[in-house]
Write a new protein. Structure first.
Length: 296
């Protein structure tokens, strides 16, 4: 039977959350919040195929791909079905963002090739390290945080609907500085941020802001990815205030997630500056991801 996919919407939240609760994911893409706020960019569609929650990305003008399956059952049957679906649509079969734990059974499909996807592999850190910032390797970040703590002309506030307008003011100012309209990636990120704030009462994330001089100058949001890991979806700070990213990173983890062992701070997308910044926090490991496909 050919799967029937429907565009992802808020109506799918219970379905998606139920699968993710029963089968906790490893990769940062697999929370309902993340899928929902990026749904317009990736044009996500959803179905249950062979007992697995199945997500199809079909960006206009780009080759479609499936995210890794969520569930329990015969992975080879699932893989054969979704590969056949793409073939019938006239596309090259492709699975993207596949964690290492699923590569072996899915790579057993006929003709499948596997590529390591470094640019989309997630950075995993010990939360204790990012709270304490101990030792020489965190010297720079610790100095930034201590400077703020010695001159406490700022306040930490949990994110609430009442703070959304101030967060959007920061986002607008940030985009003026960074010329978001001239960068497809920054424009798409801005749209995801707007979706997150517009649906703050429906989505299951936590957030915080740093306010200085009566204005929100930084915000972040994240949620549990699995029982041992929180994932940070978005983080934004006034780039003209040195050390503000270090402060909100440390404060959010300390005040909201101190009982969780690990934090996933998502991927670097192959951007040199972002890779340098993520590596400067000394990850515990990478959550490696792979692309599986059959050659044309």
């Amino acid at each position: 039977m050919t799967p029937v996919f429907q565009p992802l919407s808020l109506a799918d939240q219970r379905l998606v959350d139920d699968f993710l609760r029963r089968y906790p994911p490893e990769i940062s893409e697999l929370t309902f919040t993340n899928l929902f706020i990026w749904r317009n960019y990736y044009q996500y569609r959803v179905a249950v195929v062979a007992g697995f929650l199945t997500l199809l990305a079909q960006q206009p003008g780009k080759a479609p791909f499936f995210l890794p399956p969520v569930g329990e059952g015969d992975l080879r049957t699932w893989g054969a079905m979704v590969f056949q679906y793409l073939k019938e649509q006239g596309h090259q079969p492709r699975l993207s963002r596949v964690p290492a734990s699923l590569v072996e059974p899915l790579a057993a499909l006929p003709g499948v090739e596997v590529l390591f996807d470094r640019d989309n592999s997630d950075y995993l850190y010990r939360i204790e390290n990012l709270i304490q910032l101990s030792g020489n390797r965190y010297h720079s970040q610790k100095n930034h945080v201590n400077r703020f703590k010695k001159n406490p002309h700022w306040e930490y506030l949990p994110l609430t609907p009442e703070l959304v307008a101030e967060c959007l003011n920061l986002q607008e100012a940030w985009c003026r500085l960074r010329q978001c309209d001239e960068s497809p990636s920054l424009h798409n990120e801005e749209q995801a941020i707007l979706e997150a704030f517009q649906h703050i009462d429906s989505l299951s994330y936590r957030g915080c802001v740093i306010r200085m001089g009566g204005r929100v100058e930084a915000f972040t949001l994240g949620e549990l990815l699995n029982p041992h890991t929180v994932v940070i979806h978005l983080e934004k700070a006034n780039p003209e205030i040195q050390g503000l990213y270090a402060l909100i990173n440390q404060q959010f983890l300390e005040k909201e997630w101190g009982a969780v062992p690990f934090v996933n701070r998502e991927q670097d997308l192959g951007e040199p500056g972002l890779r340098k910044a993520k590596e400067s926090y000394h990850p515990e490991s990478l959550v490696e991801k792979f692309t599986l496909f059959t050659p044309a």
